[in-house]
Ligand binder design. Structure first.
Ligand SMILES: Nc1ncnc2c1ncn2[C@@H]1O[C@H](COP(=O)(O)OP(=O)(O)OP(=O)(O)O)[C@@H](O)[C@H]1O
Length: 614
């Protein structure tokens, strides 16, 4: 079998100071191949004797094996493992008639675990497993060691992860989803500390109370669940660690907050984000005791980082520490927007391969729960969407039907749509000059509403892998730099206001693509451009609202192209309701707020993802 003259036993050739290795090995289901390793990856070629050079390997006109060289880059390989002595199945040509026959023989084997893109859906990653074999044990060990050595040189791959599994997420399949992808992590030798949650708020409590030292010992935290579960983990981490100023607000908003005036001042050295929310709404996050805000105020050592007394630092933004989501929820919009698909295996592969994409995070501060309440400010963070009116009502209604699983959203959505309730409110958002189109090109409607002239559909730049919009004017995140927040200089602030009766008020941080809205609410929203898209749906006839929702549900639809829809691209907004009955929807979780302000932090967190291939 071995023909290499240099070594009678092992057909291994080290060239170029050992950087290239070449051997003849057997590849499972293929046959004998010439396998080459170089610094980039592996490539192999079926040995010529096994196929007809002209036609490739074929039997009765059916082509079985491509004669072309095949390869896999180390950037797409996440593991190699020795699997001892056993059968390798080969395909060989019979002498009679040149037909393909199956042949198997025993030898030592090793498996290379990698990733391939689906040919039909480029966002979908599929497992690629290549098993090579050789009669010589040392030969196999040498290949495994060499591949392992090169895999260790791949940067950014996680070694240790904290994994939260929500067993009841979506259709109740959180644990099953984790069991499906867990072998990917064990093959990749990623240590996982798995916590299956026992109740709502469990993951928040763990993340809020975990020491920075332990957090720093992991390369990231993974949510096996839906958007709401991810939101809980995000809030658990940020609530006690991110020290950032409150959102900017117009003067009349500041005054109306009354006794809370002082905390609206934008001096980060004076303003601590408190995590203590009054336990008067029924959010699962609020059901458990919180850290004492007075203690928290002593934690700050410098902007964007936290230093608990005896504890080490955890910087924010934090380039090394990433969040991951393995979709098991009912909507999974964050996964769809950040990977382009809703597939647990794809998400797991993005994680073990150490992909990275920055994500904007909205800070939402509730100043009043009801018109008469005297509250301490309550800070929450959202990664995908913050909505009021229709969106708040759907989430409130759907909570009653959790047992229905994902179908609850359709049922609750229909009920709320039929009610056609509108809400009196006042909304103000910060104008961002650099984004505004020239005055001469503003339409009458845009002037009336203070609207920006939004790009035509064909001019919209959709967020993709290596998105130039997200990467412009920023160097992703770096440690010790405070998150990029809207300017707090009153000179630079101009507020656009809208007061009236709204069917809904929504702020999309990302496009919010999901299976019910294939292009998302805002098709050209980006993962980390530092903007919120504020969408105000003014009261309108029932049929018109239905038309808007129909456009939302259509691929290629234009849900924002209506007279009754106002769209502001902004970095901060404030909201005051005229009624007491004010429920917001934060990443799919209810949040009662009569008066709130919000701002976006550009690229505050990193995700194990690479952006959507759309
Ligand atoms: N063990 C548990 N039992 C009950 N509730 C839980 C448990 N673990 C987490 N939760 C709560 O369930 C909420 C919803 O979870 P999740 O987002 O995974 O599901 P979903 O609502 O079906 O999906 P989506 O948010 O994508 O629509 C979380 O915010 C969390 O507070």
């Amino acid at each position: 079998m071995d023909t290499n003259e240099d070594s009678p036993h092992i057909r291994a050739q080290l060239e170029d100071e050992g950087s290239v290795l070449n051997s003849n090995l057997f590849l499972e289901h293929v046959g004998e191949v010439s396998l080459t390793l170089n610094s980039d990856g592996l490539s192999w070629k079926l040995l010529e004797s096994l196929h007809n050079e002209k036609d490739g390997l074929s039997c009765l006109g059916i082509k079985f094996i491509s004669k072309s060289e095949t390869e896999i880059k180390f950037s797409d390989v996440y593991a190699v493992e020795f699997i001892n002595w056993g059968l390798i199945h080969e395909s060989v040509l019979s002498n009679a008639g040149g037909c393909l026959i199956r042949h198997e023989s025993e030898m030592y084997r090793f498996t290379v675990h990698g990733v391939q893109r689906s040919k039909t859906r480029p966002s979908l990653l599929v497992l690629a497993v290549y098993t090579f074999g050789h009669k010589d044990l040392q030969m196999c060990h040498m290949w495994v060691n060499r591949i392992n050595a090169l895999l260790k040189m791949e940067t950014g791959r996680p070694k240790s992860l904290l994994v939260f599994v929500h067993p009841l997420s979506g259709k109740g399949s959180g644990c099953r989803t984790w069991q499906t992808v867990a072998p990917i992590f064990s093959h990749a030798k990623v240590k996982t500390k798995v916590i299956v949650t026992q109740r709502a708020g469990h993951a928040f409590d763990v993340m809020a109370s975990i020491s920075n030292e332990e957090l720093n010992s992991h390369d990231g935290v993974i949510a096996v669940g839906g958007d709401g579960f991810f939101n809980e983990i995000l809030n658990g981490l940020l609530s006690s660690r991110l020290k950032a100023p409150y959102p900017p607000a117009p003067a009349d908003f500041v005054h109306s907050v009354g006794s809370n005036d002082s905390v609206l001042v934008h001096d980060p050295n004076e303003t601590d984000v408190e995590t203590s929310c009054e336990n008067e709404d029924h959010s699962p996050l609020l059901s458990s005791p919180r850290s004492n805000p007075i203690e928290l105020s002593n934690l700050r050592t410098e902007e964007g980082s936290c230093d608990r007394d005896q504890d080490s630092k955890f910087s924010l933004p934090n380039e090394r520490f990433r969040f991951g989501i393995i979709p098991a929820g009912s909507t999974d919009a964050i996964v769809i927007c950040s990977t382009g698909t809703r597939d647990p295996v794809t998400s797991a592969l993005h994680i073990v391969l150490g992909k990275r994409v920055c994500l904007d995070i909205a800070q939402v501060v509730r100043w009043k729960t009801t018109s008469t309440s005297k509250d301490v400010p309550c800070v929450r963070y959202a990664a995908s969407f913050v909505g009021y009116g229709f969106y708040g009502d759907v989430i409130t209604e759907s909570e009653k039907y959790r047992w229905m699983g994902p179908k609850r959203y359709d049922y609750a959505g229909t009920k709320v749509f039929l009610r056609h309730r509108s809400y009196e409110a006042e909304v103000a958002c910060l104008e961002v000059k650099s984004e505004k189109t020239s005055a001469s090109s503003e339409t009458v409607a845009s002037k009336r509403y203070g609207l920006w002239l939004l790009p035509k559909k064909s001019e919209r730049v959709v967020c993709r892998v290596n998105c130039s919009t997200c990467n412009t004017n920023r160097s992703c995140v770096s440690t010790s730099v405070p998150p990029e927040a809207p300017s707090s200089d009153p000179e630079e602030q101009r507020w656009l206001k809208s007061k009236g009766s709204f069917l809904s008020v929504g702020a999309a941080i990302i496009s919010c693509r999901n299976e019910r809205a294939p292009d998302g609410l805002v098709a050209d929203a980006h993962l980390s451009d530092g903007f919120l898209h504020l969408i105000l749906i003014k009261n309108c006839p029932h049929a018109s609202y239905l038309w808007h929702l129909t456009q939302l549900a259509r691929r290629g639809g234009n849900p924002l192209n209506f007279e009754f829809v106002e769209h502001y691209k902004t970095t901060a907004f404030t909201f005051t309701s005229s009624s007491d009955d004010s429920v917001w929807n934060l990443d799919g979780e209810p949040f009662q707020a009569h008066k709130l302000s919000a701002q976006v932090f550009r690229g505050l967190v990193n995700l194990f993802a690479s952006g959507p291939e759309v």
